[in-house]
Design a protein around this ligand. Structure first.
Ligand SMILES: [Zn+2]
Length: 232
């Protein structure tokens, strides 16, 4: 895969670190400056924020294939981050690659804030309170700063953020949720009738996953749509 996607992913990592380190960033008067965060480049599509309780460490992963897919004008509209910009009028509805990638940084960073302020609910991550955080980053001008930085940094490195016209590999995409890229044996949780279940992914279909929920006597097997599952 082209080195370009890796370089753009690496730029996203740098900007995410700066967001935390260089600004005295706060949400609801809660300081975020003491948070331990490392950012990494993943090889697949999956882009997500993970929190390790034992080490109190956050890790944000930006998938290389996510960058490739968002640069592809045929696949870009299938991403949740693209749809969020239009749904909430972020960046004055500008859906350029620079906007979508900057919004990706804000989206993942909002998951970090969501966990840090205790607004994280297993099985339902993209909820009203999540969008309260995400909208704060847009309304306060932070998202625009992120976007300006991304444009400046990519231009300095000669990385073009223009759409690429490539044939889509996947003609049956429904919605690409940045976090909904599951692998076998992933630990996930999901909500059913107000109860949260924890399980392990045992099969991956196009739109659904098969999940085994262990129990004392007999495990149960569930088929759930990908968008309803949350990685643990
Ligand atoms: Zn998300």
């Amino acid at each position: 895969m082209s080195d370009k996607y890796k370089k753009i992913a690496s730029t996203l990592c740098e900007i995410t670190s700066d967001l935390l380190n260089e600004s005295d960033i706060k949400f609801n008067d809660i300081s975020l400056s003491n948070i331990k965060l490392s950012n990494r480049i993943g090889s697949g599509l999956a882009t997500y924020c993970k929190y390790d309780r034992r080490s109190s460490q956050y890790t944000i992963t930006y998938g290389k294939k996510m960058i490739k897919s968002k640069l592809n004008q045929n696949e870009l509209p299938f991403w949740l981050t693209y749809r969020e910009i239009l749904k909430y009028n972020y960046f004055d509805n500008d859906i350029s690659i620079a906007s979508v990638l900057s919004h990706t940084i804000c989206h993942e960073f909002s998951h970090l804030v969501q966990q840090h302020v205790g607004w994280h609910k297993r099985g339902s991550v993209h909820n009203i309170r999540f969008y309260e955080i995400l909208s704060y980053f847009h309304d306060s001008g932070i998202a625009n700063e992120v976007k300006n930085k991304l444009i400046a940094s990519c231009s300095l490195k000669n990385l073009s953020l223009d759409t690429e016209i490539t044939k889509s590999n996947n003609s049956s995409i429904d919605l690409l949720n940045d976090e909904s890229c599951f692998y076998l044996n992933d630990k996930i949780s999901f909500e059913h009738k107000n109860k949260i279940y924890d399980g392990i992914v045992t099969k991956i279909n196009k739109k659904t996953i098969i999940v085994t929920v262990p129990a004392m006597f007999r495990s149960s097997i569930w088929k759930i749509p990908k968008y309803r599952a949350t990685k643990k």
